[in-house]
Structure formats: structure tokens, C-alpha cells
Ligand binder design. Sequence first.
Ligand code: HEM
Length: 451
Amino acid sequence: MQPTILTGKTSPVQPIPSASLSENVAFNLLHTVPYFLRGIFTKNHFWSRFFDALHTDRLVVRFCQRLRAKHGSDFIYLYLLQNKALCVFDYDGIKHVLDNSPYIYADPDLKHRGMSHFQPNALTISRGEEWKDRRRFNEAVLNSDRTVHEYGDAFLEIIRTEVRALLEDKVDGLGWEDFDRLFKRVTLQVIFGASARSETELTDRLERMMRESNRVFLLKKSKDFDAFYRRIRAHLAAPEPGSLSALCPHAPSSPLTRQENQVPHWMFATMETLATNTLRALAAIVAHPKVEERVRRQLAGKPFTSGAEVASLKYLRGCLQEAMRLWPTTPMLARLMLADDQLGGQPVPANTQVIILNTFLHRDSEKHYFADRFSPELWLESEENYHFNHLSNGQQVCAGKNLALFIGTAVLVELLRGSRYRLRRPALRPAKPLPHTFNEFRIKLGRIPLY
Ligand code: HEM
């Protein structure tokens, strides 16, 4: 899918320009400071609300558009605090970076340091042969190349049971706490099996470690680390049939793989990240009557008892992707160059940091006429577009992309089938450009059961 390009400013022959001092100060105040304080690895409620209220993300979009116009380039050097970084706005440039990750464009130091606190040796902070080995293992367990996981029917049954239990309990309305609990239960069962359903000790320990890692600097070994991994090892040693753990012994693995260190990423991505995106998608659907009508037409009269039926709902999957595009839970992708390379026709030396700013690129109204609208139909033709990297693209594309889209869609199906909802707050108005942030902790949905 190639979106409509309204303007293009790439001038590959000119040297890559650098932002001025005042531009760097503005960029760091609008982007870098909120990025750190909101929480890199897990969200901080207070700072998220604070910066949402200041509309810093909207200001970032305007700032980047002006920066691009002033310098006449889609590649600009600027400083992320004290680190020089190359900001890439250009489609081909982004594609080149992501297609050559992690071999040339690898994990930067800060991400490595923060993530190692709770998941050392995780795929996303691996390089070279280790990355290849761990990617093979992750892809095998997560069934990355399949729209329906081999255990998709079993996962659907877990989701149906949990959503029904939630709706029996919450007759009047839904909010973040409900989604948080729902997705934790689903996560624990999908990864470890039914017996882990209420093992909140595991999710609590991971959340505490992630909160600590938000600090990035001066991290000591967490008090939760050993106990957390003891439980993960126990689950992997006695896997329950039908869970992701049950596939681990059969997936390609070597001493490099470090299976236990791959599991926390599956956990946090399925609980916090997917819960956030699914809640926002539901809120956006019910705030857009035409979208809701189209979704409901596709749901009408079908039982949705098989994974294949859920995966056939491309428009609803598109709703989920649109929520991710509009409000990307990964505001930027950062890379460190391991070798000299060329970007935009210019040489760029090894050790340069490269950033792909999703917050700006997804809402670049000078390039995409639909930037600020909820447009699920965008994703019908193709589920991949290098302009939009909420699930990343290229070699290091989210290994759980299909699984995440499947679980999120299944939750939406089950929630929508038996009920209607009204978005009580925060308001979303389809006739107006959508806000640049949509704080999931504030979302409240009124519920009207249909039968
Ligand atoms: C809405 C949910 C999700 C979103 C928005 C998301 C987003 C992302 C993004 C942006 C990356 C690339 C990060 C980077 O390169 O800096 C990524 C990588 C990854 N994701 Fe997801 N993800 C989601 C759900 C999942 C799920 C459910 C799983 C597994 C169960 C998963 C497993 C992974 C893994 C293993 C990687 C590392 C890939 C690699 O480095 O080769 N993700 N994800």
C-alpha cells in the first residue's frame, strides 16, 4: 500500500543538514523529555496525562513539518539530549534502515541497558548470530508467518471465556482496569496454560522490573529478577498442552537461544501493549458510527467459534491497526549503526544513532490526507506499510504481529457481539481531526447489553 504523497522534499544530493541549537532545544522539550518521563518500557500514569494535556505530540508534528521545510530535507541530524542522531523522514530511507536491521542498524545502548534489566538476551536487543538464532525460535513459537496460530482455536476459547466473565461482572461499563485484568488473564493462559490464569505474582514482578527499567541509568539487579525467572523456568519445564510454552521444546533452539529470556517480551507485549491498543480501537469504533455499522454487518449472524473466522475479519483487524497508527504505543524506533552506510545518497558513519519518529510520521498531514482520520480501510489492501511502524517492518518486524492482531480482533469480536457501547470520555469527534494522544487510562465506555 503506497499512501497518497501530497508533497515530497527529498534532495538526495545535498549534504545532510543539522538542526540549529534552538531547534534541538525545542525538539528535546517536545519529544525527548516527554518520551522518557512517560516511561520507555511501561507507562507512567501521571506523566502520560501531564504531557497529553500539553498536546506535545501535536506540537512535535508541526515542529517536524517546519524542520523539514526549513532544511529542505527528509534526513536531518539533531541531538537526543547529548547524543547526535539522524532523523529519517524519507520512505526509502526508513525502508533501508528497517530492511538492514539488526545487521547494520542495531539496538542502541539505552534500549539495551533498560531492557536487559528485565529481559537480558531478548530478541529485540540481540545482534548477529544471536539475533538470527533467537528470531528463528520466536518465529517458530509465535507462528509469525500464520494469520491464525496453530493453537488459534484454543486461544479463541480462552478469550471467549474471559470476555464473557468480564461482561457478567461489568454490566454497565468498561475502562482501563477491566482491559488490564482481562489481557493479563489471557496472556498468562496463552503463554503458560490455564493453571497460570491467576498467577498475578508473575505479572506483578514483571511490571515492577519494567517500572524500574524506565529509569535506564544506575540500574541494579532487581529484587524480583530471580524469583520471576524461577517461575518462568518452572513453566517451561512443565509446559501445559495448547500453550506457547508447549511449543518451546519443539522450536529450533541452541545454547544461544536463552528461551527463558524470550518469554517476558511475549508477556508485556500481550498484556500492556495489546490491552492499550485494543481498548483504543474499541473506543474509536464506537465513536465512528459508519465504521461501527460496517463492523457489525460483518459480525451479524456468525458464531465466530474458529480462529479462521476471526482472522477473516480484515476490516476489524484494520480498526486495530488504525488505532495503533493513530496513537503508536512505540513512539519512535531507534537504531545504532554498526557500519558505515549511505542514506539518502549521503555517507553516514558507523556509530550514528538513527531514529524513526512514529509520532510524527504517522500523523504527517503533508504526506497523508487521511493522517488524522480513523481509516480502517487503509489496511484492507496490505497489512504492511513502511510509513507506519507501530509494529515495525522489515527484518525486525514484530515477531508477534499476527498473534497480536488475532488476539486483539478476537477480543473485539467477543465484546461487540453481545453489547453496544458509548464512549463517555475522552471525546472523539469523527468530523474533526482526531487528537494526537488518546489516554487509555481515562477511557470510559458505557455498555448496553443486547441480549
Ligand atoms: C499491539 C501489540 C504490539 C505492538 C504495538 C508491538 C510492536 C512491536 C514493535 C514496534 C517492535 C519493534 C521494536 C524495535 O525494533 O525497536 C516489536 C518487536 C517485537 N515484538 Fe511486538 N508488538 C506487539 C505485540 C507483540 C506480541 C503479542 C508479541 C509476542 C507474543 C510480540 C513480540 C515481539 C518480538 C519478539 C519482537 C522483537 C522482534 C525482533 O527484534 O526481531 N509483540 N513489536
